[in-house]
Design a protein around this ligand. Structure first.
Ligand code: 5CA
Length: 445
């Protein structure tokens, strides 16, 4: 993409309404625009990262054997009357009446609808196990929407629902989700720590939240510092291997790590003092096992091998897709702007032409651009007639991990400059070597 033809409405001023870095930077980098409290348009740069995050979530869900579908945002109230949640959900639910006076709602979550799809189509244990998920907009009329996409009213969520015959099978589905989530967050360059939590309005007493540590996080968390040493890495996972999934759950959840909802001071004090941590975190996902709460209320039953009938065992598993952008920026920025991890960057690298209009630098930039595209990469070429300082400031603000700078002096010596956004380190090398280096960095990402 050529910046002269792109739509990147960066702001010079720091928006007064933004209290935390990610919100400020998303507005300044022209990623989002607020349309109403907690409701945003996703401008091209923000939309690109959102899609990238969504794609990683999809790939990891499919890898775990989970099946994508798409349910609507609007739901009939009658389904929620069956589960009893139409009244229980309270003011967070946006209620709508259609022209025929039917009660509708903008879905805050989808347990009822997926249970309805299940009961209409599945009746035998032979069709189990089944995990269906979607990535869809949700609406929760939060009392205090704040921090930009971090606590929105309209937000994008991946929500997956598991159906199993037995509690044991459902717990394996739970473990499978925990493992796939660890992989998902790590691919995005984030450490998200599973912590024992509370079921809230979804229900169930077996639940973990995934937290990214950040001073601006809304949740207070208590943990053993050893949990931050754990990494998932590139281990090979067989998602049907129950022992392997259980082993990973135990590895990542056996040390003390809880949100304030389930914090137990006495247990916490058993950790050696130097390892006790009290901090704040951003909840980027939550998994729940709730058994037959919805299937019993809504008559979602299956025939068992011995010919009986039982309500299906269920769980639900969410990732805050749009919130993840806020969390990613909270964890990856400096005073100049965003620093995208390679896994989610909107463009693989920037090209800065220091002397736009000069035949030599223009041709070198065009050549670099074509060579990067030929390698399957997507560069953002700043071809505007702007001062070098302004071009660097824009690149630093929008946070592309790598920048290639092309100027007449370097070209005379047959070199361009390759700069790493995170470390600020630069090196001079030939244009071909710069392209090869970038291609190598992204190989396998
Ligand atoms: N049905 C279940 C899981 S499928 C569910 O709704 N879980 S949840 O309530 O925990 O939401 C899942 C994730 O959505 C949360 O972990 C959080 O990351 C994200 N989320 C929840 N509320 C908001 C909000 N107001 N703004 C942005 N993201 C949110």
């Amino acid at each position: 993409m050529r910046l002269s033809r792109y739509f990147l409405p960066v702001l010079k001023e720091t928006p007064a309404e933004a209290q935390i870095a990610s919100h400020r930077l998303m507005l300044r980098a022209g990623m989002i625009k607020q349309q109403a409290a907690g409701i945003y348009s996703w401008l091209p740069l923000g939309y690109k990262v959102l899609k990238r995050v969504e794609q990683i979530v999809h790939e990891e869900q499919i890898r775990a054997g989970h099946i994508p579908l798409l349910m609507p945002t609007l739901q009939p109230a009658d389904l929620w009357r069956e589960s009893g949640r139409y009244d229980d959900y309270g003011q967070e639910m946006l209620r709508i009446r259609d022209r025929h006076d039917r009660d509708m709602l903008y879905g805050p979550t989808n347990e009822e609808m997926i249970t309805d799809i299940f009961r209409s189509n599945v009746s035998s244990y032979k069709q189990l196990p089944l995990t269906l998920y979607h990535i869809q907009w949700k609406f929760r009329d939060e009392v205090r929407p704040r921090f930009g996409v971090m606590r929105g009213r309209e937000f994008l969520m991946k929500d997956g629902y598991t159906f199993d015959l037995t509690r044991e099978d459902a717990l394996h589905a739970y473990n499978r989700h925990l493992v796939s989530y660890l992989r998902t967050y790590e691919r995005m360059g984030l450490q998200a720590i599973p912590m024992r939590a509370d079921g809230g309005p979804i229900g169930g007493d077996y639940t973990h939240e995934f937290l990214v540590l950040a001073e601006t996080g809304e949740s207070e968390v208590f943990y053993d510092s050893e949990v931050t040493d754990l990494t998932f890495g590139d281990r090979q996972i067989d998602y049907d291997d129950r022992a392997q999934c259980q082993g990973i759950l135990e590895e990542f959840t056996s040390r003390y790590a809880r949100t304030d909802e389930t914090h137990d001071a006495a247990l916490f004090e058993q950790i050696p003092e130097e390892r006790r941590r009290v901090a704040r975190g951003i909840e980027v996902g939550q998994i729940f096992y709730f058994g037959t709460k919805y299937s019993e209320a809504m008559g979602a039953t299956v025939v068992t091998p011995d010919g009986g009938r039982v309500p299906v065992e269920m769980g639900s598993h969410g990732i805050g897709v749009s919130r993840l952008l806020g969390a990613l920026i909270e964890a990856n920025h400096d005073d100049k702007g965003i620093i995208w991890p390679e896994g989610v960057t909107p463009f693989h690298c920037g090209i800065v032409n220091l002397k736009q209009g000069d035949a030599g630098t223009d041709a070198a930039c065009e050549g670099l651009y074509a060579a990067l595209v030929a390698k399957g990469l997507e560069p953002l070429y700043d071809d505007r007639d702007e001062r070098a300082g302004a071009k660097f400031a824009t690149m630093d603000l929008i946070g592309l991990p790598w920048r290639i700078t092309v100027g007449p002096r370097g070209l005379a010596a047959n070199v361009v400059e390759l700069t790493c956004r995170r470390t600020g380190e630069s090196e001079e090398l030939s244009a071909e070597a710069a392209v090869a280096r970038i291609a190598q960095i992204y190989d396998g990402i």
